[in-house]
Design a protein around this ligand. Structure first.
Ligand SMILES: C[S@@+](CC[C@H](N)C(=O)[O-])C[C@H]1O[C@@H](n2cnc3c(N)ncnc32)[C@H](O)[C@@H]1O
Length: 278
Protein backbone atom coordinates (compact mmCIF):
# COMPACT_ATOMS: atom_id res chain seq x y z
CA UNK A 1 0.00 0.00 0.00
CA UNK A 2 1.19 3.51 -0.86
CA UNK A 3 2.55 5.91 1.71
CA UNK A 4 -0.35 7.94 3.23
CA UNK A 5 -3.16 5.67 1.88
CA UNK A 6 -3.77 4.06 5.27
CA UNK A 7 -3.87 7.48 6.97
CA UNK A 8 -6.29 8.78 4.30
CA UNK A 9 -8.54 5.73 4.75
CA UNK A 10 -8.50 6.21 8.51
CA UNK A 11 -9.24 9.90 8.13
CA UNK A 12 -12.38 9.40 6.00
CA UNK A 13 -13.42 5.93 7.13
CA UNK A 14 -16.45 5.76 9.36
CA UNK A 15 -17.61 2.38 10.59
CA UNK A 16 -21.19 1.42 9.67
CA UNK A 17 -21.68 4.59 7.63
CA UNK A 18 -24.55 3.10 5.61
CA UNK A 19 -26.38 2.11 8.82
CA UNK A 20 -25.83 5.61 10.26
CA UNK A 21 -27.35 7.16 7.14
CA UNK A 22 -30.31 4.74 7.08
CA UNK A 23 -31.20 5.41 10.71
CA UNK A 24 -30.91 9.20 10.21
CA UNK A 25 -33.26 8.96 7.21
CA UNK A 26 -35.69 6.85 9.22
CA UNK A 27 -35.63 9.24 12.21
CA UNK A 28 -36.33 12.15 9.86
CA UNK A 29 -39.14 10.18 8.14
CA UNK A 30 -37.41 10.81 4.83
CA UNK A 31 -37.92 8.40 1.94
CA UNK A 32 -35.37 8.46 -0.84
CA UNK A 33 -36.69 7.92 -4.35
CA UNK A 34 -34.63 10.07 -6.73
CA UNK A 35 -30.96 11.09 -6.65
CA UNK A 36 -31.74 14.65 -5.50
CA UNK A 37 -33.29 13.23 -2.29
CA UNK A 38 -29.78 12.43 -1.01
CA UNK A 39 -27.90 15.44 -2.35
CA UNK A 40 -27.81 17.29 0.98
CA UNK A 41 -25.37 14.66 2.30
CA UNK A 42 -23.87 12.72 -0.62
CA UNK A 43 -22.36 15.60 -2.61
CA UNK A 44 -19.22 15.87 -0.50
CA UNK A 45 -17.83 19.19 -1.77
CA UNK A 46 -18.49 22.95 -1.63
CA UNK A 47 -21.77 24.06 -3.36
CA UNK A 48 -23.15 20.50 -3.63
CA UNK A 49 -25.38 19.68 -6.57
CA UNK A 50 -24.81 23.06 -8.24
CA UNK A 51 -21.06 22.38 -8.52
CA UNK A 52 -21.64 18.87 -9.90
CA UNK A 53 -23.87 20.31 -12.62
CA UNK A 54 -21.15 22.85 -13.49
CA UNK A 55 -18.57 20.08 -13.82
CA UNK A 56 -20.94 17.99 -15.97
CA UNK A 57 -21.51 20.98 -18.26
CA UNK A 58 -17.79 21.75 -18.47
CA UNK A 59 -17.13 18.11 -19.41
CA UNK A 60 -19.77 18.27 -22.18
CA UNK A 61 -21.47 15.08 -21.05
CA UNK A 62 -23.79 13.29 -23.48
CA UNK A 63 -26.05 10.25 -23.04
CA UNK A 64 -24.21 6.92 -23.33
CA UNK A 65 -20.75 8.32 -22.52
CA UNK A 66 -18.47 6.33 -20.22
CA UNK A 67 -17.41 8.53 -17.32
CA UNK A 68 -14.91 7.95 -14.52
CA UNK A 69 -15.39 9.67 -11.14
CA UNK A 70 -12.03 9.80 -9.33
CA UNK A 71 -12.44 9.78 -5.54
CA UNK A 72 -16.18 9.17 -5.76
CA UNK A 73 -16.94 9.33 -2.02
CA UNK A 74 -20.45 8.02 -1.27
CA UNK A 75 -21.43 8.51 -4.91
CA UNK A 76 -23.58 11.66 -5.11
CA UNK A 77 -21.83 13.18 -8.16
CA UNK A 78 -21.70 9.81 -10.00
CA UNK A 79 -25.46 9.28 -9.50
CA UNK A 80 -26.29 12.85 -10.50
CA UNK A 81 -24.37 12.45 -13.75
CA UNK A 82 -25.93 9.08 -14.53
CA UNK A 83 -29.46 10.27 -13.73
CA UNK A 84 -29.32 13.72 -15.34
CA UNK A 85 -26.99 13.11 -18.31
CA UNK A 86 -27.64 9.42 -19.11
CA UNK A 87 -23.95 8.46 -18.75
CA UNK A 88 -22.44 5.17 -17.54
CA UNK A 89 -20.38 6.12 -14.52
CA UNK A 90 -17.65 4.23 -12.67
CA UNK A 91 -16.54 5.60 -9.32
CA UNK A 92 -13.24 4.73 -7.67
CA UNK A 93 -12.47 5.57 -4.05
CA UNK A 94 -9.82 4.57 -1.53
CA UNK A 95 -12.32 4.05 1.29
CA UNK A 96 -14.08 0.68 1.30
CA UNK A 97 -16.97 1.87 3.49
CA UNK A 98 -17.66 4.79 1.13
CA UNK A 99 -17.83 2.40 -1.84
CA UNK A 100 -20.17 0.07 0.07
CA UNK A 101 -22.41 2.98 1.09
CA UNK A 102 -22.34 4.31 -2.49
CA UNK A 103 -23.50 0.91 -3.81
CA UNK A 104 -26.35 0.72 -1.27
CA UNK A 105 -27.63 4.24 -2.02
CA UNK A 106 -27.31 3.62 -5.78
CA UNK A 107 -29.37 0.43 -5.50
CA UNK A 108 -32.05 2.21 -3.43
CA UNK A 109 -32.25 4.99 -6.04
CA UNK A 110 -32.63 2.48 -8.89
CA UNK A 111 -29.39 3.52 -10.64
CA UNK A 112 -27.52 0.21 -10.25
CA UNK A 113 -27.56 -0.42 -14.02
CA UNK A 114 -25.74 2.82 -14.74
CA UNK A 115 -23.35 3.40 -11.85
CA UNK A 116 -20.73 1.12 -10.27
CA UNK A 117 -18.12 1.70 -7.60
CA UNK A 118 -14.76 0.13 -7.04
CA UNK A 119 -12.44 0.44 -4.09
CA UNK A 120 -8.99 1.51 -5.27
CA UNK A 121 -6.32 4.16 -5.57
CA UNK A 122 -6.89 6.70 -8.33
CA UNK A 123 -3.12 7.12 -8.75
CA UNK A 124 -2.83 3.44 -9.73
CA UNK A 125 -6.11 2.34 -11.31
CA UNK A 126 -7.29 -1.14 -12.30
CA UNK A 127 -8.74 0.12 -15.61
CA UNK A 128 -7.51 -0.58 -19.12
CA UNK A 129 -5.93 2.12 -21.29
CA UNK A 130 -8.28 4.36 -23.26
CA UNK A 131 -11.51 3.13 -21.68
CA UNK A 132 -13.35 6.37 -20.73
CA UNK A 133 -14.83 9.26 -22.72
CA UNK A 134 -14.64 11.57 -19.73
CA UNK A 135 -13.06 11.68 -16.26
CA UNK A 136 -13.77 14.09 -13.47
CA UNK A 137 -12.72 14.68 -9.90
CA UNK A 138 -14.19 16.85 -7.16
CA UNK A 139 -12.25 17.84 -4.02
CA UNK A 140 -9.84 14.90 -3.99
CA UNK A 141 -6.34 15.90 -5.17
CA UNK A 142 -5.75 17.68 -1.83
CA UNK A 143 -4.90 14.19 -0.48
CA UNK A 144 -2.59 13.27 -3.37
CA UNK A 145 1.09 13.92 -2.81
CA UNK A 146 2.25 12.77 -6.27
CA UNK A 147 -0.17 14.66 -8.50
CA UNK A 148 1.75 13.98 -11.72
CA UNK A 149 1.18 10.25 -11.10
CA UNK A 150 -2.54 10.94 -10.76
CA UNK A 151 -2.70 13.00 -13.97
CA UNK A 152 -0.65 10.42 -15.90
CA UNK A 153 -3.14 7.76 -14.80
CA UNK A 154 -6.10 9.91 -15.88
CA UNK A 155 -4.44 10.46 -19.25
CA UNK A 156 -3.82 6.71 -19.62
CA UNK A 157 -7.45 5.65 -19.00
CA UNK A 158 -9.03 8.38 -21.16
CA UNK A 159 -9.78 7.73 -24.81
CA UNK A 160 -7.81 9.87 -27.29
CA UNK A 161 -9.26 13.39 -27.20
CA UNK A 162 -11.14 12.63 -23.94
CA UNK A 163 -11.88 15.40 -21.43
CA UNK A 164 -10.92 15.70 -17.77
CA UNK A 165 -12.91 18.11 -15.58
CA UNK A 166 -11.84 19.03 -12.09
CA UNK A 167 -13.19 21.00 -9.15
CA UNK A 168 -10.48 21.38 -6.58
CA UNK A 169 -9.09 23.17 -3.56
CA UNK A 170 -5.72 24.89 -3.85
CA UNK A 171 -3.58 26.87 -1.46
CA UNK A 172 -4.12 30.64 -1.44
CA UNK A 173 -1.54 33.41 -0.99
CA UNK A 174 -1.80 33.32 2.83
CA UNK A 175 -0.65 30.60 5.16
CA UNK A 176 -0.75 28.45 7.20
CA UNK A 177 -4.07 26.64 6.86
CA UNK A 178 -6.43 26.34 9.81
CA UNK A 179 -6.86 22.62 10.61
CA UNK A 180 -8.78 20.35 10.90
CA UNK A 181 -10.44 20.54 7.48
CA UNK A 182 -12.66 17.93 5.80
CA UNK A 183 -9.73 16.35 3.92
CA UNK A 184 -7.20 16.28 6.79
CA UNK A 185 -6.87 16.77 10.53
CA UNK A 186 -3.32 18.10 10.11
CA UNK A 187 -0.79 18.77 7.33
CA UNK A 188 0.38 15.11 7.14
CA UNK A 189 -2.19 14.17 4.44
CA UNK A 190 -2.88 17.63 2.99
CA UNK A 191 -0.89 18.38 -0.16
CA UNK A 192 -2.21 21.68 -1.46
CA UNK A 193 -0.47 23.52 -4.28
CA UNK A 194 -1.29 26.88 -5.88
CA UNK A 195 -3.75 27.13 -8.81
CA UNK A 196 -0.85 27.99 -11.14
CA UNK A 197 1.14 24.98 -9.98
CA UNK A 198 -1.90 22.75 -10.58
CA UNK A 199 -2.40 24.15 -14.09
CA UNK A 200 1.30 23.77 -14.84
CA UNK A 201 1.29 20.17 -13.70
CA UNK A 202 -1.75 19.34 -15.87
CA UNK A 203 -0.01 20.92 -18.84
CA UNK A 204 3.21 18.99 -18.13
CA UNK A 205 1.36 15.66 -17.94
CA UNK A 206 -0.21 15.92 -21.39
CA UNK A 207 -3.39 17.95 -20.89
CA UNK A 208 -4.43 21.02 -22.87
CA UNK A 209 -6.49 23.59 -20.98
CA UNK A 210 -9.93 24.36 -22.40
CA UNK A 211 -11.31 26.39 -19.50
CA UNK A 212 -10.20 27.47 -16.02
CA UNK A 213 -12.15 29.42 -13.38
CA UNK A 214 -11.55 30.60 -9.84
CA UNK A 215 -14.82 29.96 -7.98
CA UNK A 216 -13.67 31.07 -4.52
CA UNK A 217 -16.20 33.96 -4.36
CA UNK A 218 -19.36 31.82 -4.89
CA UNK A 219 -17.83 29.22 -2.55
CA UNK A 220 -17.47 31.80 0.21
CA UNK A 221 -21.06 32.97 -0.34
CA UNK A 222 -22.29 29.35 -0.13
CA UNK A 223 -20.53 28.90 3.24
CA UNK A 224 -22.10 32.12 4.57
CA UNK A 225 -25.57 30.83 3.66
CA UNK A 226 -24.94 27.35 5.10
CA UNK A 227 -23.57 28.75 8.37
CA UNK A 228 -26.53 31.14 8.71
CA UNK A 229 -28.93 28.22 8.19
CA UNK A 230 -27.10 26.12 10.80
CA UNK A 231 -27.07 28.91 13.39
CA UNK A 232 -30.74 29.81 12.85
CA UNK A 233 -31.98 26.22 13.38
CA UNK A 234 -33.93 25.80 16.65
CA UNK A 235 -31.77 24.33 19.45
CA UNK A 236 -34.05 21.27 19.74
CA UNK A 237 -34.16 20.60 15.97
CA UNK A 238 -33.03 17.08 14.93
CA UNK A 239 -29.55 16.93 13.35
CA UNK A 240 -29.82 17.92 9.69
CA UNK A 241 -29.46 15.35 6.89
CA UNK A 242 -26.30 17.09 5.72
CA UNK A 243 -22.57 16.46 5.44
CA UNK A 244 -22.55 15.94 9.22
CA UNK A 245 -23.73 12.39 8.38
CA UNK A 246 -20.60 11.68 6.34
CA UNK A 247 -18.10 13.67 8.40
CA UNK A 248 -19.28 12.74 11.88
CA UNK A 249 -18.89 14.79 15.09
CA UNK A 250 -16.01 16.99 13.84
CA UNK A 251 -18.19 18.30 10.99
CA UNK A 252 -18.90 21.78 12.42
CA UNK A 253 -15.27 22.56 13.25
CA UNK A 254 -13.99 21.37 9.85
CA UNK A 255 -16.75 23.18 7.98
CA UNK A 256 -16.03 26.46 9.82
CA UNK A 257 -12.30 26.10 9.18
CA UNK A 258 -12.80 25.85 5.40
CA UNK A 259 -14.95 28.98 5.59
CA UNK A 260 -12.23 30.76 7.59
CA UNK A 261 -9.48 29.57 5.23
CA UNK A 262 -11.48 30.91 2.28
CA UNK A 263 -12.31 34.20 3.98
CA UNK A 264 -8.63 34.77 4.85
CA UNK A 265 -7.48 33.74 1.34
CA UNK A 266 -5.59 30.71 2.65
CA UNK A 267 -7.39 28.44 0.15
CA UNK A 268 -8.81 28.95 -3.32
CA UNK A 269 -11.51 26.90 -5.06
CA UNK A 270 -10.95 26.24 -8.76
CA UNK A 271 -12.63 24.50 -11.67
CA UNK A 272 -11.30 23.52 -15.05
CA UNK A 273 -11.63 21.26 -18.03
CA UNK A 274 -8.74 19.77 -19.98
CA UNK A 275 -8.34 17.69 -23.11
CA UNK A 276 -5.91 14.82 -23.16
CA UNK A 277 -3.23 15.28 -25.85
CA UNK A 278 -2.74 11.83 -27.36
C1 LIG B 1 -13.95 15.34 0.11
S1 LIG B 1 -14.25 13.74 -0.49
C2 LIG B 1 -15.06 14.06 -2.04
C3 LIG B 1 -15.90 12.90 -2.52
C4 LIG B 1 -16.60 13.11 -3.85
N1 LIG B 1 -15.68 13.48 -4.90
C5 LIG B 1 -17.68 14.15 -3.76
O1 LIG B 1 -17.45 15.29 -4.20
O2 LIG B 1 -18.78 13.85 -3.24
C6 LIG B 1 -12.63 13.21 -1.00
C7 LIG B 1 -12.58 11.76 -1.46
O3 LIG B 1 -11.34 11.48 -2.13
C8 LIG B 1 -11.00 10.13 -1.84
N2 LIG B 1 -9.57 9.92 -2.13
C9 LIG B 1 -8.52 10.61 -1.63
N3 LIG B 1 -7.37 10.11 -2.13
C10 LIG B 1 -7.70 9.10 -2.97
C11 LIG B 1 -6.97 8.20 -3.82
N4 LIG B 1 -5.64 8.22 -3.87
N5 LIG B 1 -7.68 7.31 -4.55
C12 LIG B 1 -9.03 7.25 -4.50
N6 LIG B 1 -9.77 8.07 -3.72
C13 LIG B 1 -9.13 8.98 -2.97
C14 LIG B 1 -11.36 9.99 -0.39
O4 LIG B 1 -11.44 8.66 0.02
C15 LIG B 1 -12.70 10.73 -0.34
O5 LIG B 1 -13.78 9.89 -0.59
Amino acid sequence: MKKHNKAIQEHYGQESLAATIMSALERAGKEIKVHTDTSTFDEFHIRGLEATTEIAELAGLKPGMTVLDLGSGVGGPARTIAAEYGCHVTGIDLVEEYCRTAEILTGMLGLGGKVTFRQGDMTDMPFVDGSYDRAFTMHTQMNVEDKSKLFNEVSRVLKPGGLFALYEICVGPNSPLHFPVPWADDPSISFLITPDELRGMLNDTGFGEIEWRDVSAPSLKWFQIQLELLSSAPKDAPPPLGLNLIMGPSFAEKFKNVFRNLEEDRVRVVQGVYQVRK
